[in-house]
Design a protein around this ligand. Sequence first.
Ligand SMILES: [Zn+2]
Length: 258
Amino acid sequence: MMQPIIDAHIHLDLYGSRQQRQLLQEMERYQTEGLIAVSNHLSSAERTLELSQVDQRVHPAFGYHPEQKLPAPDELSGLLAFMENHKETMKAVGEVGLPYYLRKEEPTISMEPYKELLELMIVHAVRWGKPIVLHAVYEDAPVACELLEKHSIRQAHFHWFKGDKNTVQRIVANGYKLSVTPDCVYEPEIQRMIQQVPLTALMVETDGPWPFHGPFQDVMTHPKMIHASVAKIAELKQLSVAVVYDQLLKNTKGFYQF
Ligand SMILES: [Zn+2]
């Protein structure tokens, strides 16, 4: 059984143009009502905006991905000017956050400038009245929470969340949302987290074109994979699939104001 879904986090601009066409063409067949298309930097934001102009089911978010070198000052000011100019079209500020995996590779990297950049993005999200999409996992998640709380942020989405139970509870208590990718089908760590999170705080995403394993090995990441995630969530929560579909769609539409 399939019911309507929304992919709450995808990097549509990172797919090749043939793959983009295929993906958009197949949305109806797989009951995908919309895509929250996040971006990584200025040129990524420009491409994502173009995609949203071609297809209204693509809802663009603009930001600077934390798992990369910091932007040069003029790239940052260019990105902020772009976001200001397109704030009507912009569904959310994102992807922004903290460089967890980059720090694993290069432990000497200083967190401070990344925290400053995240705070700057938070301040702009408040100014524009937009939700914010975060990449902040494990010990970075409480750091991000603290910044969000400092600025009284009400709408934050922790995408592909990984972290401890206390942070899950803090995120949920703040009214923020968490999303899971298709790895929830085979990752025990994510499955445990799903059991800790109330269904009302969950969303589903692909983070495509990021590749997955298990049943998705060597398959192009596609929003249709979300149907497998929904089935797994229903199983873990011992709820009917229909109830889970309805609630996830409601969460995502409410959060992103469809
Ligand atoms: Zn992402």
